[in-house]
Design a protein around this ligand. Structure first.
Ligand code: ATP
Ligand code: MG
Ligand code: FE
Length: 345
């Protein structure tokens, strides 16, 4: 079974070809245009998808050594994402399925992030747990089969990636700041500054309180975590404080984000008894998180899995592997299908 998959939910235009569950190509065009704005600009993202989609699909087919006539199905990301971005991928996939007279497969982007863990040869068996940490989501998912997943907990405000990016912005770092915090954190002392861990019920997460405490911490140039008018430092003093302590601040922030994530994951393993545990999403590129995750797995005798980097951030390979399993389950959609910015599972 040969499937072409298209991902266009945010600011990556990607196409992948998979054959019988093996990824033959995974072409990703990242849109640099957003950097100067400090975040993704939806209208610019849609336009860039329009420019990228034909060459990206061409390249994916060429790299795979597959002709259009060999395709058994076309898959696309249906939701969630930016509606204008999704539309480009959906319309392209529909046209191609119609022209080739092959079935169409709609994929949920967050389910695909989870199933990226099935791409490597050594992969988890069902059931497994997955901590998905991306730019827009933070979820603990119980995956019982390739088509049966349940969200056990998720963030009630910011996502983990947002927590990285927004605090990086407070530190004056360019977007996306996550990778930069990672870089500086490797040189710093994570125990130097103490940020509070929020007490959120069940398996849910919250990161907005952390962001606020970091804001006050910086405004007071490290003298206090609570907002106190009399400690307010000038912008110059704040900048100097950040410059002198950047590595330790980044290490301390990162350590707190990691402990928020992994403490909930530990709780999920305890509650479900499921000991095969995966990471997914762009934030799983974080070196501190990867190390702590593997160490926690060793300590508690879990079997741990992390997809390779190209399958952690947005990519069509994860859409293709999900589509392959949907193909086997006979889950197809009609040409009337519409994308959705938000979506139930
Ligand atoms: P979603 O899937 O929720 O719609 P997304 O697909 O845009 O969001 P991803 O591409 O999976 O998100 O991940 C992007 C996020 O990962 C950004 O917030 C970025 O800062 C973060 N990130 C990437 N590398 C690192 C790193 N090394 N350390 C911390 N964060 C990182
Ligand atoms: Mg992205
Ligand atoms: Fe994503």
């Amino acid at each position: 079974i040969t499937i072409l998959a298209i991902e266009s939910s945010c600011d990556e235009t990607s196409a992948s070809v998979c054959r019988d569950g093996r990824i033959l190509s995974n072409v990703i065009a990242t849109q640099a245009v957003h950097e100067q704005y400090g975040g993704v600009v939806p209208e610019l993202a849609s336009r860039a998808h329009m420019e990228n989609i034909v060459p990206v699909v061409d390249k994916a087919l060429k790299q795979a050594g597959v002709t259009m006539q060999e395709l058994n199905a076309v898959a696309f990301t249906q939701a969630p994402g930016l509606i204008g971005s999704l539309l480009v991928g959906v319309q392209f996939a529909k046209s191609m399925a119609l022209a080739l007279d092959v079935p169409l497969i709609a994929v949920h982007h967050m389910q695909a992030h989870v199933l990226a863990n099935l791409i490597p040869e050594e992969n988890p068996s069902f059931p497994f747990l997955c901590l998905t940490v991306s730019g827009g989501h933070t979820q603990i998912v119980l995956c019982e089969s390739a088509t049966q997943m349940t969200v056990l907990g998720e963030t009630i405000d910011d996502a983990a990636g947002e927590a990285f990016d927004k605090t990086a912005k407070l530190l004056g770092l360019p977007y996306p700041g996550g990778p930069l915090i990672d870089k500086y954190a490797q040189l710093g002392n994570p125990d130097r500054f103490h940020f509070p861990e929020p007490q959120i019920p069940e398996l849910n997460f919250s990161f907005s309180g952390l962001k606020t405490s970091i804001l006050y911490f910086l405004r007071n140039a490290g003298t206090s975590l609570v907002y106190k008018e009399e400690f307010l430092k000038t912008e110059e003093e704040q900048k100097q404080f950040i410059a002198e302590n950047l590595n330790d601040i980044c290490a301390s922030i990162q350590q707190r984000i990691i402990s928020i994530l992994l403490n909930k994951l530990k709780k999920a393993v305890k509650e479900t008894g499921v000991k095969q545990v995966c990471l997914a999403g762009g934030v799983s590129a974080n070196s501190g998180l990867r190390k702590a995750f593997v160490a926690m797995g060793e300590k508690h005798h879990w079997k741990t899995f992390i997809p390779s980097f190209e399958y952690c951030t947005d990519n069509a390979g994860m859409i293709a592997i999900t589509a392959y399993h949907k193909y086997l389950a006979g889950e197809f959609v009609s040409l009337a299908v519409q994308p959705s910015a938000r979506a139930e599972w």
